[in-house]
Write a protein that binds this ligand. Sequence first.
Ligand code: GDD
Ligand code: MG
Length: 361
Amino acid sequence: MQAVVLVGGEGTRLRPLTYGTPKPMVPIVGVPYLARTMERLFEAGIREVILAAGYMPQAIVDYFGDGSRLDMEITYAIEQEPLGTAGALKNVEQHLTGPFFVLNGDVLTSLDLTAMMAFHRQAGGLGVLHLIRVEDPSAFGCVVRGADGRIGRFVEKPPQGSEPTDEVNAGTYLLEPEVLQAIPAGRNVSIERETFPQLLAAGKPLYAYVTQDYWIDLGRPEHYLAAHRDILSGAMPLRLEPGLTGAVAQAKHHSVRLFAPVHLDPDVQIEPGAEIGPNVVLGRGCRIGAGAVLRDCVLWEDVVVEAGALIEEAIVASRTRIGRGSVIGRGSVIGHDVEVEAGSIVAPGARLGPGTPLPIP
Ligand code: GDD
Ligand code: MG
């Protein structure tokens, strides 16, 4: 079985993080999100992966190469202009040899891909879509299905209040090659707005695979932080890299007040009297000054937080410096290589990037 991972989006909702790192390379507890997806594909026995990329592809190519390090075979299809979620599949048609998985490159889920393959074998049809129930379906593709699982309708992001169901497209499909025939070549095509509705209107059988797995779309800062909280609490099962947690972290950093759960890269340096946690992830090379307070935040690599700074509910990208005594408001997102001057008060929800025009959408 092959898999196509859609990683061509610009990650606009994660700006300014995605000015320096494309969304699939955004770290989830220190490891690029896409590497975690590759691991899941590997565990399901999938060795051939096609990455449909477009935005900042070099960062992806540099990290994964030809895939041999992972014992996988990676083919890149780099779009000069975004081809859309179906156009990206049409664009790799020549590489596909049979039924294939399609993964949105930004969902974190515990979905069992092997079980989904078994479901497809038994259900038949042109394909299977993984569905999940959510509270606000208007932000997703709503999928209406019968009791037998057969899908009747696909409505992408309907206006709030008019959602036909709370079961939504969770961004993992298993498709037969015949689906590709329904996609016109050479232009931008959305699988959600064009291909699925057209197949259904033509009476083609698509089936829903509804599960209660952990599932979150990482595309928004608040969801990125929520995903980290869920990983730290164990609600989202994930094998983490060696890092310091719980009593071990406290024993190493005995002059620091730690509030579990936290995940600290083994080489972080923390000065006495700092207060870290709960729900804090510190990446490689982070240095935290005396008396700094960090709660509910994810700091990428080589972030420097000077003495007495306060960071709550925020994401800070690599190599940024938070000056002495600064206060970073809740919901802030601070990009790469930013220098926040000592004593700054960063308003809640701010988006700060180096040399990026503000405000950022
Ligand atoms: N190669 C390529 N080319 N990839 C693309 C393109 C493109 O033109 N456009 C988007 N993608 C990738 C994105 O990088 C992302 O991984 C995935 O396709 C989905 O795009 P998003 O922009 O994240 O879409 P969304 O989150 O608003 O909605 C989609 O995901 C929801 C579940 O999270 C839809 O599939 C919804 O129906 C679904 O409910
Ligand atoms: Mg998304």
